[in-house]
Ligand binder design. Structure first.
Ligand code: QAP
Ligand code: CO
Length: 168
């Protein structure tokens, strides 16, 4: 297993639209294991392949308190069941140190495949619904900061760019 490097905003590679997974092979299983290890080590509750610079439609999530309930979504599709929006203070491993309130539909249906290509579907509410929508956005090249005002987004960008310069 390996901990993967996570791209940080405003890295333009985070804007890449991910392609569907077509090969359900051992390389996919290894990537998913490494994404889970990277998410748990961070620690985070969700990670999209885009964030580790792999532009395929793969998500890992664990919203359990006990951090022992890994969920894997390959080629996820989302359908809004109840469009009433719920607000949540979101963060992102690609925007470290920043949390802001985002409003999203509170109840969604997810259809996806597992690592063995089996199809499944799942209704999600609460934190899981927030997390799945946040992670699917990554696969479209979208970040939670895109929901904020341009001024807030620019402030976050400038602070992260400064940190990145200091790290370099
Ligand atoms: C997405 O985000 C999410 O800033 C997953 O310094 C977050 O796991 C969905 C993290 C909140 C719904 C609600 C963020 C770790 C982890 C940071 C994460 C940080 C260290 C974020
Ligand atoms: Co994120």
């Amino acid at each position: 297993m390996a901990i993967l490097d996570i791209l940080e905003f405003p890295d333009p590679r985070l804007r890449t639209k991910a392609k569907p997974v077509t090969e359900f092979d051992n390389a996919l299983k290894t990537l998913v294991d490494n994404m889970l290890q990277t998410m748990y080590a961070a620690p985070g509750i969700g990670l999209a392949a885009t964030q580790v610079n792999v532009h395929r439609r793969i998500l890992v999530i664990d919203v359990s308190e006990s951090r022992d309930t890994p969920m894997v979504f390959i080629n996820p599709e989302i359908e809004v069941i109840d469009p009433a929006e719920h607000e949540y203070d979101e963060g992102c491993l690609s925007v470290p140190g920043f949390y802001e309130t985002v409003a999203r539909p509170g109840l969604v249906m997810i259809k996806a495949q597992d690592v063995s290509s089996e199809h499944f579907s799942l209704q999600a509410d609460g934190l899981l619904a927030v997390c799945i929508q946040h992670e699917i956005d990554h696969l479209e090249g979208k970040l939670f900061v895109d929901y904020l005002s341009p001024l807030k987004r620019q402030r976050i960008r400038k602070k992260l760019e400064k940190q990145h310069r200091q790290q370099a």
